[in-house]
Structure formats: structure tokens, C-alpha cells
Design a protein. Structure first.
Length: 239
């Protein structure tokens, strides 16, 4: 499989597969990187698509940049990637995981996407942050006053991040979307998943005993089969 390193507006990226009018933008989750799209790309390129993966801020080849992985920067970068793809690809799709799915919901809600695949998506960031605040005994007033507060889980609560999330709720999403979710996901509650999927007409597959992070042999096998089922073959002559 061809893997071509490129740079888009200063963002390190990889184009997987040969030239095609059909492309998947692959958006990784936290603590991952563009190279981890290889497994997805192997399936998608066999189906006749090209795949574009890239590093989110403070991930992969960008770990040493003075450019934090905030929601504002994530949306900005996904917009740059999306605009690049729209210039010469008429058939655009998205595969996104966890935090990457949340960024996609904000950045691509008005993009002409053919379909979207979400793995363990963060669907309600405001609730997730509120749950973290409650678990750490941090009030909104405390966070607003201090600006940033480190937590015992290794995450830092940020007032500007939280404010952006509250001011930019996910109110529309018109893309045909399929979701793979683990029943033991501790970041996105089942009620959040059900509310989102009903509201936006998403197809949902639940792996019993699956976690937020799909990493075991069994979980990866389920993910692989799910992708094989949900990535269609492109029609002859469309590449």
C-alpha cells in the first residue's frame, strides 16, 4: 500500500493508497497519531478509496509544537484539512475516533460528506467536562477564576475550552453516520449515545464488554469486521 507523507498548511499528514475521487479523512483520538490509520487505510484502499490521516495538535510529529490540542485548534486544523480535500475530491467521507469525532462534529457539520464512521465518539463534551469537574470537586466559579486547573487524572480543565464547548453545541448533523461503541465506554454514556443517535438518525453497533479504547485482539477483530461491513466498494470507473 502506498503511503505518501505530505504537509497541509504546516500539518504533517499521510496520503494512503493510489489516486481516487473518493477519500476518507481519518481523524485520530487522543494519544494516537497519523500512522495509526494504517489498519483503516488497508481496508479503505482495497475498496477503492484514498485515505488522508494527519496529526492533531500535540500528537505524532507535532508533540514539540507550541500549539495546544484545544477544541479551537482542533476545529481549525480539521477545517484546513477539509478545505484541502474539497479542492479536488468530489466524494468525501470521514472516519473519526473519540476526540477526533467530537472535533469532526464541529468542523464538518456544513461539509458535503457522503458518510461518516465514528469509533467510540465523544458526543457531548460539555457533559464530559462537567462530570470531570464534579468528580474533582471543581465548580464553574472556581474554574472561571483560575482559568486552568490540573486534575488527578492527568487532564487539565480549561475555562476557555469549556466556554467554547458551551457556546458551540452540536445542534445539526445531517451526514449518514454509523457508530461503533463499547458497552463499557466510560467517557460517553449510553444515554448520551442513544440521545444523539435518535436525534440524528445514526446507525449504532454496540460491542458488549467493549471499552472506549478498542485495543484487545477481540475488540480489534470487531472493529475490523465493522469497517469491512460499512466501507462500500467504489463503483468501477469512479477511481
Amino acid at each position: 500500500m502506498i503511503a505518501t507523507p505530505i504537509e497541509i498548511s504546516g500539518i504533517p499528514a499521510i496520503l494512503w493508497g493510489g489516486k481516487s475521487d473518493g477519500i476518507y479523512i481519518c481523524v485520530h483520538g487522543k494519544r494516537s497519531c497519523k500512522e495509526n490509520a494504517e489498519g483503516f487505510a488497508e481496508i479503505a484502499t482495497r475498496r477503492g478509496y484514498q485515505v488522508l490521516s494527519f496529526d492533531l495538535p500535540k500528537h505524532g510529529g507535532r508533540k514539540n509544537e507550541d500549539y495546544p490540542c484545544t477544541v479551537q485548534n482542533g476545529v481549525r486544523d480539521l477545517t484546513l484539512i477539509g478545505n484541502y480535500v474539497r479542492k479536488n475530491r468530489p466524494d468525501i467521507h470521514v472516519f473519526a475516533e473519540s476526540l477526533g469525532a467530537y472535533f469532526s462534529l464541529l468542523a464538518y457539520r456544513d461539509y458535503p460528506l457522503g458518510s461518516c464512521l465514528f469509533l467510540s465518539p465523544i458526543l457531548d463534551m460539555e457533559r464530559l467536562i462537567k462530570d470531570m469537574m464534579q468528580g474533582c470537586g471543581i465548580s464553574e466559579e472556581m474554574l472561571e477564576k483560575k482559568g486552568k486547573i490540573p486534575t488527578p487524572m492527568g487532564e487539565t480543565l480549561d475555562w476557555d475550552y469549556y466556554s467554547y464547548v458551551r457556546e458551540h453545541p452540536v445542534e445539526r448533523w445531517n451526514v449518514p453516520t454509523a457508530i461503533l461503541y463499547g458497552s463499557d465506554d466510560t467517557l460517553t454514556g449510553r444515554d448520551v449515545l442513544d440521545t444523539f443517535s435518535r436525534r440524528f438518525g445514526c446507525e449504532v453497533t454496540v460491542m458488549q464488554n467493549g471499552e472506549h479504547y478498542f485495543h484487545t485482539k477481540e475488540q480489534l477483530a470487531v472493529l475490523g469486521q465493522w469497517l469491512e461491513t460499512h466501507i462500500p466498494n467504489r463503483k468501477p470507473g469512479m477511481q
